[in-house]
Each structure stands twice: as structure tokens, then as C-alpha cells.
Ligand binder design. Structure first.
Ligand SMILES: CC(C)(COP(=O)(O)OP(=O)(O)OC[C@H]1O[C@@H](n2cnc3c(N)ncnc32)[C@H](O)[C@@H]1OP(=O)(O)O)[C@@H](O)C(=O)NCCC(=O)NCCS
Length: 338
């Protein structure tokens, strides 16, 4: 055994014991697109889409509006509602799969636009679980002393990566962004995250081609597609277990919840969750999919924002949120609503 080299002890940071969500912000695409506008090229009908998915209209953004614009608007609202000085935000995390530029990140531009420059900023690719992943990271960064406040955004302009003739997923998708400000708390406001992945099912949902194939003229513009029934079964059987675990590790029961906000993938999946989790009727369920569609990383914060607008009495109550999607990946946690 050799003696340890003589060196000064490092400082390692620690932060507050608890965190919570201070406020939400939301931005939806400017246009409500009804089912009838999309059914022609996929030989479908308004009735089929309503019955199989619960979607009546989805929101889609103007051509000139970007995921960065949507993210900035949602983040700015969340920061204004939280009432914090943007200079105290040290981390901006944007979950997205639809920024058409690989680099620079959406997050650095959003940080600058909301007055948080020079906050650490990075994008996160966890598809429809992206917001739950971002909340997990913000919570951990703050409790580790790496940030005072963090902004988590889910932002998508999915209409840029849909094929109007695709029957598997395109008609489900919408454009929007939802944001949350996370910061220190006197009480536990974000329960432990249950998260994970199953890359053996990577082919179940995702892009149908690479940009290189497109460049080389070997494919059309890459778009999203999925094996719908495979994803549906995985969501209903496996994700209910994840939701139960998130309740268990947070030390609460379904009957303690004020709200349930699952990823807005399909109304039938949401109903099945509610049934299997035996949610009492007092639990308000996020059903934003009906008029917003599936906005991937944005869907949970958009649905939560709407719930808080429509049911202000939920403030201070517990919400279970669960995201799941391409990867496959999943993430769930119980949070105290601001
Ligand atoms: C995509 C989805 C709505 C399809 O619904 P489904 O009930 O599974 O439909 P199926 O694929 O089993 O097809 C059932 C029938 O509808 C038809 N069909 C499929 N897509 C259709 C469409 N878009 N319009 C009209 N008919 C359609 C099929 O051809 C089939 O017809 P058949 O019975 O005559 O053979 C559903 O699978 C789903 O929501 N999956 C999960 C989505 C999800 O969670 N994604 C997460 C990642 S974002």
C-alpha cells in the first residue's frame, strides 16, 4: 500500500433537502385541426379517430412558428407565474424530439430569450417521457447544489415530421410546449422518479428513415411511425406497473391523489390506466388529448397547465404523472401541484 498523495480536500456541493414545482406555462400551436381535415389521405373518418383515440381536434403551429418559439413562450409564462428573478435560473432543460437542427440546442436559445443567460442549457431526447425525465433531472440538480432554480420544458413541433398518408401515428400528433419552474422547497414536492428504458423495442415507435438516407435520395423526408397495437399493449400492461411503483416509492395511495396526468397518447390508454389504478372519482384526470392531440414531451405539462386553469382547487394537491414513448423509455413521479 502506498500513501495517498497529499492534496487538499475537494469541495463537493450539496443543496436543499427538498424541491417543488413553482409554476407551469403553456403554448399551443395556433391552429385547431379537426379530424375531417386529415382523414382523406389515410382512408379514415372522424368517427373512427374519436372512438379509437378520443381526439376531436389537435393543435398545429403556423409554418413560421418553431419549437423554440413555443418553448420560449411556455417557459416565459412559467417564470412570470413563479415570480422568480430569471437571473436565479441556473439550468434550462428542454425535452424535444422535433427540433429540425441537431445543434445548437433549443435550450440555450430559450435560456437567453427568458433572461436566464448564462444558465446551463441542454436538450434531452426521451420522447414522450421527456418531461418526466426533465423533472427528475431538475430535482436532482437542485438537491445536489448544481442549480438554484431550473426550468424544464417539453416542446414539440411534430407537424414537421409527420407524413399525411401515414395511418399509424400522424393523425394523433400536435404542436405545443409546456414548462415548469423547479426550485427549493420547505417540504417534499417531487417524489422519487421511477424511470427506465427498453431498447429491445426501439423499432416500435420512432423515425422511419435517417437524414443520411434522405440526403442520399434513398428515402423521403423522415417522419414518425409506430406499431400502434404493440405500443398500446406495452403502455396498458407495463406502464400501469410503473405508475403503481411511482405511488409506492412516494409513500402515497391512488386515493391520496388530487390529479392524474398521464402522457396524452390515446384516451383509451388513459381510461385503462384509471381503471387499473382504481382511481376514485375524486381524482381529476388530464384529458387534454381531446383538443390538443399527442404533443410528445409537451403533453404532460400542457395537460397539467389546463387542469390548473380549469380546476384551481387542485393547487397544493398531489398529481401522479407518467410519460412513455419512443426508445422505448418511461418516467413517472408524484408531484405537489403549485
Ligand atoms: C394508433 C392506434 C390509435 C391504432 O388503434 P388500434 O385500435 O390499435 O388499431 P389497429 O392498428 O389494431 O387497427 C384496427 C383496425 O383499424 C384500422 N385502422 C388502423 N389505423 C387506422 C386509421 N388511422 N384510420 C382508420 N382505420 C385505421 C386497421 O386497418 C384495422 O382494421 P381491420 O380491423 O379491418 O383490420 C393505437 O394503436 C394507439 O393509440 N397506439 C398507441 C399510441 C401510443 O401510445 N403512442 C405512444 C408513442 S407517442
Amino acid at each position: 500500500m502506498t500513501d495517498a498523495p497529499t492534496r487538499p480536500a475537494l469541495v463537493q456541493s450539496t443543496g436543499p433537502a427538498h424541491t417543488r414545482i413553482y409554476a407551469y406555462g403553456a403554448a399551443r400551436g395556433e391552429n385547431a385541426v379537426p379530424n375531417d381535415d386529415l382523414v382523406g389521405p389515410i382512408d379514415s373518418s372522424d368517427e373512427w379517430i374519436r372512438q379509437r383515440t378520443g381526439i376531436v381536434t389537435r393543435v398545429r403551429a403556423d409554418a413560421a412558428t418553431t419549437a423554440i418559439d413555443l418553448a420560449s413562450d411556455a417557459a416565459a409564462e412559467a417564470v412570470a407565474t413563479a415570480g422568480i428573478d430569471p437571473a436565479l435560473i441556473d439550468a434550462v432543460i428542454v425535452a424535444t424530439i422535433s427540433n429540425p437542427k441537431q445543434t445548437p440546442s433549443v435550450s440555450a436559445i430559450v435560456a437567453d430569450r427568458i433572461g436566464a443567460n448564462p444558465a446551463a442549457a441542454y436538450d434531452l431526447n426521451a420522447a414522450c417521457a421527456g418531461f418526466a425525465y426533465g423533472v427528475a433531472q431538475a430535482d436532482a440538480l437542485i438537491r445536489a447544489g448544481s442549480a438554484h432554480y431550473a426550468v424544464v420544458v417539453g416542446a414539440e413541433k411534430l407537424s414537421d415530421i409527420v407524413d399525411p398518408t401515414d395511418r399509424s401515428i400522424s393523425f394523433l400528433l400536435g404542436d405545443g410546449a409546456g414548462a415548469a419552474v423547479v426550485g427549493p422547497s420547505d417540504f417534499p414536492g417531487i417524489g422519487p422518479t421511477v424511470w427506465g428504458s427498453d431498447g429491445s423495442k426501439a423499432e416500435a415507435v420512432g423515425m422511419n428513415h435517417t437524414l443520411v438516407e434522405f440526403r442520399d435520395g434513398q428515402s423521403p423526408w423522415p417522419t414518425l411511425r409506430q406499431e400502434g397495437p404493440t405500443v398500446f399493449r406495452w403502455a396498458v400492461w407495463e406502464m400501469v406497473k410503473v405508475a403503481r411503483q411511482a405511488l409506492e416509492v412516494a409513500g402515497v395511495q391512488a386515493s391520496d391523489l388530487a390529479a392524474f396526468v398521464p402522457h396524452q397518447a390515446n384516451m383509451r390508454i388513459i381510461d385503462e390506466f384509471a381503471k387499473q389504478l382504481k382511481l376514485p372519482e375524486t381524482v381529476v384526470i388530464g384529458r387534454d388529448i381531446e383538443t390538443t392531440g399527442n404533443t410528445s414531451a409537451a403533453s404532460i405539462p400542457l395537460a397539467t397547465h389546463r387542469l390548473l386553469v380549469e380546476h384551481p382547487e387542485l393547487s397544493g394537491g398531489l398529481a401522479l404523472q407518467i410519460g412513455f414513448g419512443a426508445g422505448l423509455v418511461f418516467g413517472a413521479q408524484v408531484v405537489v401541484l403549485p
